[in-house]
Design a protein around this ligand. Structure first.
Ligand code: NDP
Length: 330
């Protein structure tokens, strides 16, 4: 009977527990491709799953880990053969389907994306769900017709994972980027990624007016709540905000004023069920436009044994940029 190391979440009377445990190969869920996981990452949602702070896990026992990169071991899918390098983000992996914090994963081949040319497995996980979502946000703004000549772009939660990648991609595309952060000590880091102006988080996170001075044409928001309301209220005529996150909260205490008086658009972005053609486009964009030096600057590498501690740290806002999990590391 083959077993491999994993993180396992079990349901208890008072909630859930997460611990390192051996997992039996025979207990893996159905799928037509088996992958040896070499790298994973820690996203905000992984923090929610491991700590049990939000009910993102909907099957028990669960192996958390909403994304992974690795090498195909076995495949009944015509699109993949043993030895292929692959990346997975979303599709409920780590929530309803056994996930990436394990040395082996079995999934539907349709969920996998070939490792994009020019990226290593470690770099793909340095990007991970957070960076992939940042690319989807930037693409949504562009599809809306916005361009750097329209005015500045604002990024909230800028020192976080989505924020750091969004900042680097927008700067590369020529935008004047305003970065909002609650960590002013990360000013040099954010300027290094391409921020031209730094805004203090509290300027946006507290209750504001339904309409304010027009400050930006575009925005990427991973924070939600009052911050998103203030972002909308200060967006220029015909501008748009791409909203993907809830680090401040799930509520949206906004008025319709920006929509009906300034034609502002709110663009919702979901990475989990994103269709495959758009996934391929986003990964291609990341491989082409995300500067390797900037990606390295925003990345910390940890061993598999450090995932549970890091899951707690990310919810406490103590993780800067992105985290790569080396599955063979301690
Ligand atoms: P991180 O923890 O890396 O980044 C979140 C950042 O938000 C923090 O670094 C911090 O930035 C800021 N922040 C934290 N708490 C607060 C608060 N109370 N008020 C205002 N700002 C706060 O997480 P990720 O980048 O991985 O994810 C960010 C969000 O995006 C999460 O809510 C996540 O669930 C969501 N998400 C959604 C996806 C989708 O498909 N829609 C996919 C990926 C992520 P700073 O210190 O700079 O202020």
């Amino acid at each position: 009977m083959a077993t491999f190391k994993s993180i396992r979440i079990d349901k208890t009377e008072g909630g859930t527990t997460a611990a390192y445990a051996d997992f039996d190969d025979a207990d893996l869920m159905d799928g037509d491709v088996t992958v040896r996981v070499t790298h994973s990452t820690v996203n905000y949602k992984d923090g929610l799953a491991i700590t049990g702070r939000s009910p993102v896990v909907r099957r028990f026992p669960m192996i958390p880990g909403i994304d992974f990169a690795g090498v195909v071991e076995a495949s009944q899918n015509v699109g993949f053969k043993p030895g292929d390098q692959v990346v997975l983000t979303g599709w409920g992996v780590g929530e309803t389907h056994l996930g990436g914090y394990a040395h082996r994963a079995r999934v539907k081949g349709d969920w996998l994306v070939p490792l994009p040319a020019g990226l290593s497995a470690a770099q793909a996980m340095a990007i991970g769900t957070a960076g992939f979502t940042a690319a989807l946000c930037v693409m949504a703004l562009e599809r809306h017709g916005l361009k750097p000549a329209d005015g500045p772009a604002v990024v909230t939660g800028a020192a976080g994972g989505v924020g750091s990648v969004a900042l680097a991609l927008l700067a590369k595309a020529g935008w004047h980027v305003m970065a909002s952060t609650g960590r002013p000590e990360e000013g040099d880091y954010l300027r290094g990624l391409g921020a031209v102006e730094i805004i203090e988080r509290k300027e946006l996170s507290e209750k504001g007016r339904p309409l304010g001075k027009e400050r930006w044409a575009a925005g990427v928001d991973s924070v939600g709540s009052q911050t998103l309301a203030n972002l909308l209220a200060q967006t220029k005529y015909n501008g748009a905000i791409a909203a993907c996150g809830l680090a401040q909260g799930m509520d949206l205490p906004a008025s319709v004023a920006p929509f009906i008086l300034r034609g502002v658009a709110l663009l919702g972005v979901d990475s989990v069920m994103c269709p495959k053609p758009r996934r391929i486009e986003a990964w291609g964009r990341l491989a082409r436009d995300l500067d390797g030096t900037k990606l390295a600057a925003m990345t910390t590498t940890i061993g598999f044994g450090e995932v549970i501690d890091t899951a707690h740290a990310i919810l406490d806002g103590k993780v800067r940029g992105r985290v790569v999990v080396d599955m063979d590391g301690k």
